[in-house]
Design a protein around this ligand. Structure first.
Ligand SMILES: [Zn+2]
Length: 333
C-alpha cells in the first residue's frame, strides 16, 4: 500500500530465514481483511510503501535450525500474530498477547516468512483438496475471529444471540453461534446478499433497523429482555452502543474488531451487570479444532469469499470491498 486507495502489485525481495525459529511458506491463498480497509480509507496515513496482508495458508518450503514440529512439504495455517504457544499468556489461551508475539505482515504475497513457526503454524492432516483451501484460509483470521466473538459472548446451547455487523466476521460469527448451539440467531443487516448468507449460516431472524429502532426490534424478539449473547463485529461507537443496549441484564457482549472512536459509559456497564470480553481473536487457540471441522465438512466458512482474483489484481480486490461490492476477496498468487 503506497497511500490511501493506492495498492500496487510490485516485485519484492524473496523472504529469507532470519531467525532459527522462522519458516518460509509458499502461499496457496491469501485475502483482504476488513481491517485492511481502515488504512485503505486513510484512517492512518501510510508514510512509506508497506506490504499488507495477514491471512495466509500454504506449503512450508524451508524452516530454521530450531524448528522441530513444522516440516517442509506440510500444508499449514497460522494466525496474524506469531506466538510461541508456550508462555503463560499463550497457555491461558491468549496467543495474540504472547510475550514473544510478532505481527505477521505482508501475506498478500507469493512467499512469507513466519516467525516462531513451531508455535504459530498448524498443519492439516494431509495436503488439502483444492475445494477446501478457501475455508482453511478463513481459519487464519476471519473464521477464528467469528468463533472468538461467539465464545467470548458465552454462546451456549439454547441461547438467543444477536450479531451486530454483516461483514465477513459478522457472518462467520453467525456460523459460529450456530455451531455452538444458539437456538435463535438475530443478524443485524440491511444488505440482501449478506442477509441471504447469514440465513445460510444459521441466522433465524434478520433485523434491518439500526440505532434505537434496531434495539427496539431486538427487544421485541426477546420478550422485552434483550439477548443473552451479543456479538459486536463492527467496532464503531454506534455498533458498540447498539450491542450494549441489545443485551439483557447479566448478559455477554463480545467485541472483536479494532475499535475506532469507541467510548463506553461506566454507568451503562455497571447497571446492566454486563460481561464484556473481546480483543484481537486468539485464533491460534481455535486452529486445531476448526481445522477438524473444515476437514470433516462440518462447516464451510469459505463461502464468505464472493470474489477471487489472481494476486496481481489485488488493487481490484480492495476496491470491490471498499465499495461493498464484495464481502471478502480471495487472492491466489
Ligand atoms: Zn506465548
Amino acid at each position: 500500500m503506497y497511500a490511501a486507495r493506492d495498492v500496487r502489485f510490485v516485485e519484492r525481495d524473496e523472504p529469507k530465514i532470519t531467525k532459527p525459529t522462522d519458516a518460509i511458506i509458499r502461499i496457496s491463498a491469501t485475502c483482504v481483511c476488513g481491517s485492511d480497509l481502515w488504512p485503505y480509507r486513510g484512517a492512518k496515513p501510510i508514510t512509506q510503501p508497506t506490504p499488507f496482508g495477514h491471512e495466509y495458508c500454504g506449503i512450508v518450503e524451508e524452516v530454521g535450525s530450531a524448528v522441530t514440529k513444522v516440516k517442509p512439504g506440510q500444508f499449514v495455517i497460522g494466525s496474524f500474530f506469531a506466538s510461541d504457544n508456550t508462555c503463560p499468556i499463550c497457555r491461558a489461551g491468549y496467543q495474540t498477547w504472547c510475550l514473544h508475539r510478532e505481527l505477521v505482515g505482508g501475506a498478500q504475497a507469493g512467499r512469507l516468512r513466519v516467525p516462531l513457526a513451531d508455535g504459530t503454524l498448524v498443519a492439516t492432516p494431509a495436503m488439502p483438496p483444492e475445494d477446501l483451501i478457501p475455508s482453511l484460509l478463513t481459519l487464519s483470521d476471519v473464521m477464528g475471529t467469528g468463533w472468538f466473538a461467539a465464545d467470548a459472548a458465552n454462546v451456549k446451547r439454547g441461547v438467543t444471540a444477536v450479531v451486530v455487523g454483516d461483514g465477513a466476521v459478522g457472518l462467520l460469527a453467525v456460523l459460529s453461534a450456530k455451531q455452538m448451539g444458539a437456538a435463535r440467531i438475530i443478524a443485524m443487516s440491511r444488505h440482501p446478499k449478506r442477509q441471504q448468507l447469514a440465513r445460510e449460516f444459521g441466522a433465524t431472524d434478520i433485523v434491518t433497523e439500526r440505532g434505537d429502532d434496531g434495539v427496539a426490534r431486538v427487544k421485541e424478539l426477546t420478550e422485552g429482555l434483550g439477548a443473552e449473547s451479543v456479538l459486536e463485529c463492527v467496532a464503531t461507537q454506534e455498533s458498540m452502543k447498539q450491542a450494549i443496549q441489545s443485551v439483557r441484564p447479566g448478559g455477554y457482549v463480545s467485541y472483536v474488531g479494532v475499535p475506532h472512536g469507541v467510548e463506553l459509559s461506566g454507568q451503562d456497564l455497571f447497571y446492566r451487570h454486563l460481561h464484556l470480553h473481546g480483543g484481537p481473536a486468539p485464533v491460534r487457540r481455535y486452529l486445531p479444532g476448526l481445522i477438524e471441522f473444515v476437514w470433516t465438512h462440518k462447516i464451510n466458512p469459505g463461502k464468505v469469499f464472493d470474489l477471487t482474483l489472481p494476486l496481481d489484481q489485488v488493487a481490484k480486490g480492495y476496491r470491490a470491498m471498499d465499495e461493498r461490492r464484495a464481502i471478502k476477496t480471495l487472492l491466489r498468487p
